[in-house]
Design a protein around this ligand. Structure first.
Ligand SMILES: Nc1ncnc2c1ncn2[C@@H]1O[C@H](COP(=O)(O)OP(=O)(O)OP(=O)(O)O)[C@@H](O)[C@H]1O
Ligand SMILES: [Mg+2]
Length: 278
């Protein structure tokens, strides 16, 4: 079965076209990295898969059914996380808050819900972190708790929107390895957006690249090429391989450098530690 089936999909926001005529299938159990320049529609596509952005045209089917809001088969880690700054909840309370079990700061979980929260914390190796205040945790530690939150309810499809933002290369690898092992252990499908393919090399089965309202899905070798990326960026792109790394260059600059960094106050300020670019 396919986890995601998209046919002739067009998405519009605020009267503007974001994606047009998209067709793709992602098989159950695949790990797909989603890339593309700022504003290319990565977040919008995830929100459409969640049923939060209705198609202007075409269809989206998720695990054999139509995309619809509140689909319990999907776990989601949203990109916008600045609201988390200053949160005084403990990590455990934060994870629990996704299940709606926290009211006025009082634990109201049934035993089964508590067990599920502990299982999710264990899966991401955050059982010890979880007693500390969320606001005191580092970016990488928070990402692990966000991942635990996305795992509640045993989803079959995980949508992770830029989980590597603001992490240094070491922490990026930790998060990618963690997601990869969860994916193979639980047999789930993962759609993982990122701004640099290097962090995902050797881990993803395929890459979904967005740009100019279009999408290209295939292996890294098929997609991260001059012709495909030049079409998606709408200008000449050079793809440079240096040792084991890939640099996507436009006019001598890396397309994925500074301008692609997102401000994510919740996740700390280690962005300058990123060394993935020439
Ligand atoms: N509510 C909205 N109304 C109108 N346009 C919007 C709205 N939200 C997003 N957009 C626009 O839709 C396009 C796609 O945005 P989206 O957030 O999906 O891009 P993205 O690929 O996730 O970018 P980034 O890498 O910056 O996260 C952008 O041009 C954005 O400005
Ligand atoms: Mg986005």
């Amino acid at each position: 079965m396919n986890a995601i089936e998209i046919r002739d999909l067009s998405l519009r926001l605020g009267g503007r076209s974001v994606l047009t005529g998209i067709n793709l299938d992602i098989a159950a159990g695949e790990f797909v990295g989603m890339l593309g320049p700022n504003g290319s529609g990565k977040t919008t596509l995830m929100r459409a898969i969640l049923g939060l952005v209705p198609p202007a045209a075409g269809t989206i089917r998720i695990l054999g059914g139509p995309a619809q809001r509140g689909n319990p088969a999907i776990g989601y880690m949203p990109q916008a996380r600045s609201f988390l700054t200053g949160l005084r909840l403990s990590g455990r309370q934060f994870v629990a808050s996704a299940g709606g079990g926290y009211r006025l700061g009082l634990p109201m979980h049934r035993r089964s819900e508590r067990a599920e929260i502990e299982r999710a914390l264990d899966r991401v190796g955050a059982a010890e972190l979880a007693s500390r205040p969320f606001s005191d945790l580092s970016g990488g530690e928070r990402q692990r708790l966000l991942l635990a939150q996305a795992l509640l309810g045993n989803p079959q499809l995980l949508l992770l929107d830029e989980p590597l933002i603001s992490l240094d290369p070491h922490r990026q690898h930790e998060v990618v390895d963690l997601v990869r092992s969860l994916q193979s252990e639980l047999g789930i499908t993962v759609l993982f957006s990122a701004h640099d393919v290097n962090a995902l090399l050797g881990v993803i089965d395929r890459v979904l690249y967005l740009g100019s309202g279009q999408a290209a899905l295939g292996t890294v070798d098929e997609i991260i090429t001059t012709p495909v990326l030049s079409r998606l960026y709408g200008s000449h792109i050079d793809v440079v391989h240096v040792q084991e790394r890939i640099f996507v260059m436009s006019g001598g600059y890396c397309t994925e450098s500074e301008e692609h960094r997102h401000d994510s106050p919740a996740a700390g300020s280690s962005r300058t530690g990123f060394s993935g670019h020439a």
